[in-house]
Write a protein that binds this ligand. Structure first.
Ligand SMILES: C[S@@+](CC[C@H](N)C(=O)[O-])C[C@H]1O[C@@H](n2cnc3c(N)ncnc32)[C@H](O)[C@@H]1O
Length: 245
């Protein structure tokens, strides 16, 4: 499936999922059970209602890799309903500004209804509908950029990585939870258009991810966790730091 078609397929599927909520027949785990298995804190798990859990499609848990300070700005790219942003504000810093950005307005509308803008002593939560490949922000404006189950839905990795590098502040941090491959993409995935939706077909090897990141100006690309999903796919969180210049 060519890049443009894969992208359209991904967007249409997620918009449908956000309208209807996940059903048990989905080929991926999600929701509260998945969040618990990924180690999201129990008290925040209890604070969220079922309609939102039905619309949570993470690949991992970025929270342990975030060290958010008051006054910092975080971009939650491909945020869905914004659960990771909610957890950041609850557990790490209620004085940070979080921008939830997604192309599916159905997700943003559900998140905004549930969480609002959470104005606090500083910062707050903002909701932006846009394409991750054309971010509506000036350069160098985010201290943290988080993608949870989103990196792999982009068929053109050069484009998305360039855009991440553009909006990351000097020394800004990137935290990406997604599937990483330790071998070639199986043929059965290649012929399965839904493979783009479930982060399989857009997965890359560590070597390729490091090459892309370093080429765009990120340093210290590190891979954490490695939970086998089904060979050759591994759940992984990778982190990187934008160069100081
Ligand atoms: C696997 S879901 C992850 C959602 C969220 N991070 C979570 O953990 O629930 C992938 C998300 O990427 C969004 N997405 C897909 N293509 C996008 C694009 N071109 N620009 C922005 N978001 C996109 C989808 O709408 C969906 O919300």
């Amino acid at each position: 499936m060519a890049g443009g078609n894969a992208k359209v397929r991904v967007i249409q599927t997620y918009r449908r999922l956000y309208r209807a909520g996940a059903s048990p027949s989905l080929p991926v785990l999600g929701g509260r059970a998945m969040a618990r298995s990924l180690g999201y804190p129990e008290d925040v798990l209890r604070a969220v209602d079922d309609a939102l859990w039905n619309r949570f499609f993470p690949c991992g848990n970025p929270l342990p890799y975030l060290d958010v300070r008051p006054g910092q700005r975080i971009l939650n790219l491909g945020s869905g309903v914004g659960l990771d942003a909610f957890f950041v504000r609850q557990t790490l810093s209620s004085a940070a500004t979080v921008v939830n950005l997604d192309i599916a307005y159905e997700a943003l509308a559900a998140g905004l209804r549930a969480f609002g803008n959470q104005p606090g002593e500083a910062g707050g939560v903002h909701w932006v509908q846009a394409d991750g490949e054309i971010l509506p922000f000036t350069e160098k404006c985010f201290h943290w950029v988080v993608l949870n189950g989103v990196f792999n839905v982009f068929p053109e990795k050069d484009r998305i990585v360039r855009e991440l590098a553009r909006v990351a502040a000097p020394c800004g941090r990137l935290v990406v939870a997604d599937l990483v491959r330790n071998g070639p993409l199986p043929d059965e995935c290649r012929n399965e258009p839904e493979g783009w939706v479930w982060c399989l077909n857009g997965s890359e090897t560590c070597e390729e991810i490091a090459r892309l990141m370093e080429g765009a100006g990120f340093l210290d690309v590190r891979f954490h966790e490695w939970i086998c999903q089904a060979e050759p796919f591994w759940r992984c969180v990778f982190t990187a730091r934008k160069s100081p210049a």
